[in-house]
Design a protein around this ligand. Sequence first.
Ligand code: SAM
Length: 120
Amino acid sequence: MGGSSERAKDRAQKKWTAVDRYIRDHLLQPDPILDAAIEASQSAGLPPIQVSPPQGKMLHLLARGQGARRILELGTLGGYSTIWLARALPPGGRLVTLEAEPKHAAVARANLERRSRRHR
Ligand SMILES: C[S@@+](CC[C@H](N)C(=O)[O-])C[C@H]1O[C@@H](n2cnc3c(N)ncnc32)[C@H](O)[C@@H]1O
């Protein structure tokens, strides 16, 4: 009983992963700022638990679709989802993101600073 429900979960997970990969490979362009944020987070030893690129794009579209001017994010990690969300804001918009782990926050700051430099 437990075995077959584990196998069903495993199959479902594999399907989600395949769909996510398909969307990433066919609908998203490489993005130097986002890719650098992932690389820097990995190099710093942060856990790879950020949203996937399609999930980041989904967050971006949801925020844009709402016409969000202010965003509060809980759990920054390396700032990957933060960058996606920040890009949804109009001029003058504001995003606050909270991170409990100082090491994660330091990596995120550097990633966000890199993004800001590109937009100056
Ligand atoms: C799943 S990760 C966030 C991933 C990130 N949003 C992304 O997709 O790029 C969760 C983060 O929340 C942080 N966290 C956990 N509890 C928290 C709390 N109470 N306040 C602020 N941050 C917290 C963890 O340290 C971790 O970095």
